[in-house]
Design a protein around this ligand. Structure first.
Ligand code: NAI
Ligand code: AKG
Length: 390
């Protein structure tokens, strides 16, 4: 512990930093959030935020992302946007869960420890079933083996530990289904053979997607902060794989651009530089703002809404909480194809961007369920209280 004088100085600096932070309640109001929980565990260095956006459809669910965010504000903004996206994802995937997400401020390569994830387990457990979480960027199914020792609020654990396993497999499959639907809409065939796809980020999801695309006979251009990952793919399939620099992957002249890293890649700077016919990827929040979906539409670039095509992981973990059935997960994930086609057709028919068409379906569904849940199911005399979900 430092001297008292140092502590005062530090306190002053901290206060100045806090004064710079945006008002959390104002941000929650802006996005419509229910709850935000800040978690700190000194011994393991854990600093995390859980955001619960909306529980109209059921308890919140959403992965846990670990990134060395530069500021608390950046982490807060990410978790607020991601959890809101989960509400929409749950609505469209027709699962009985609401939107939530967790972020850990830290470098996954340096800062992880089993004890840190046990601390995650205790914090998330303290939410008493209001929030379930599993993997996202920077976290692996194995991390949650430690978390699950402290509470039962974790999903996507390895199958050897009673979970449904790696969620990036169904996620990649859902993205592939989205691409097939886009191909049907644009080119009259669901085959991706001969198509060129630029994949930004070849981590858990991106690498599985690349594998599936190569099997389909597509060629891919890959970019990742980790250059060795790109080199490995080039070595595995030299005829079908090209490597791009990370800062220009969105500019590649291709049929489909597949963002599979962080969000916000479709923005004022990149929009005019895109040279693809469609955007279909796993990254959450690909549009920096909703208006970028309108601008894509105006440019004639077909956008498969991220929260629709990347729902495979959610479908799997939601199923896990209800008694995991691999065939059911596969069938629901494959159905992403039909939903993407439906949204493309609605977008064409009503001349609205695909992202707006998808949002409308979610809002309609949520209003219907909210209305239904206002009905009381009955009266439990023994408990002397009303029963029902709503
Ligand atoms: N894992 C899952 O099941 C799901 C993931 N997602 C989303 O898909 C995206 C990828 O997730 P994961 O594959 O699980 O994460 P990951 O952490 O395994 O992989 C992300 C990859 O992107 C790379 N990367 C980061 N910034 C980059 C940049 N600027 N340019 C190029 N590469 C960059 C990283 O080096 C890493 O290889 C995230 O947005 C995540 O939220 C969405 C639904 C489910
Ligand atoms: O993996 C999970 O826990 C839920 C899925 C998710 O976080 C996502 O789709 O972004």
């Amino acid at each position: 512990m430092g001297s008292l004088k140092m502590d005062h100085l530090e306190l002053k600096e901290k206060r100045a930093e806090i004064a710079q932070m945006r008002d959390v309640f104002a941000l929650m109001e802006e996005h419509g959030h229910e709850q935000v929980v800040f978690c700190r565990h000194a011994r393991t260095g854990l600093k995390a935020i859980v955001a619960i956006h909306n529980t109209t459809l059921g308890p919140a669910i959403g992965g846990c992302r670990m990134i060395p965010y530069e500021t608390t504000d950046e982490a807060l903004e990410d978790v607020l946007r991601l959890s809101k996206g989960m509400t929409y994802k749950c609505g469209l995937a027709d699962v009985d869960f609401g939107g939530g997400k967790m972020v850990i401020i830290g470098d996954p390569a340096e800062d992880k420890s089993p004890e840190m994830f046990r601390a995650v387990g205790r914090f998330v457990g303290g939410l008493n079933g209001r929030f379930f979480t599993g993997t996202d960027m920077g976290t692996e199914p194995e991390d949650f083996i430690h978390a699950a020792r402290e509470s039962a609020s974790f999903v996507g654990l390895p199958q050897s530990h009673g979970g449904s396993g790696d969620t990036s497999i169904p996620t990649a499959l859902g993205v592939l289904q989205g691409m097939r639907a886009i191909a049907t809409h644009l080119w009259g065939t669901s085959s991706l053979a001969g198509k060129k796809v630029a994949v930004q980020g070849i981590g858990k999801v991106g690498s599985k997607l690349v594998e599936m695309l190569l099997e389909e006979g597509a060629s891919v251009v890959v970019a990742d902060l980790c250059e060795e990952r790109c080199a490995e793919w080039k070595q595995r399939a030299p005829e079908q794989v090209e490597i791009s620099q990370v800062d220009v992957i969105h500019q590649v002249d291709c049929d489909i651009f597949a963002p599979c890293a962080r969000g916000g890649i479709i923005n004022d700077r990149t929009l005019d530089e895109l040279q693809c016919r469609a955007v279909v990827g796993s990254a959450n929040n690909q549009l920096e703002a909703d208006r970028h979906g309108d601008l894509l539409h105006a440019r004639g670039i077909l956008y498969a809404p991220d929260y629709l095509v990347n729902a495979g992981g959610l479908i799997q973990v939601a199923d896990e909480l209800e008694g995991y059935q691999a065939e059911r997960v596969l069938a629901k994930t494959k159905a992403i194809y039909d939903m993407v086609l439906e949204i493309c057709e609605r977008s064409k028919r009503e001349n609205i961007p695909t992202c707006r068409a998808a949002d409308r379906i979610v809002v309609e569904r949520m209003e219907n369920i909210a209305d239904l849940r206002r009905m009381i199911l009955g009266y439990d005399r023994n408990q002397n209280r009303k029963v029902g979900r709503g």
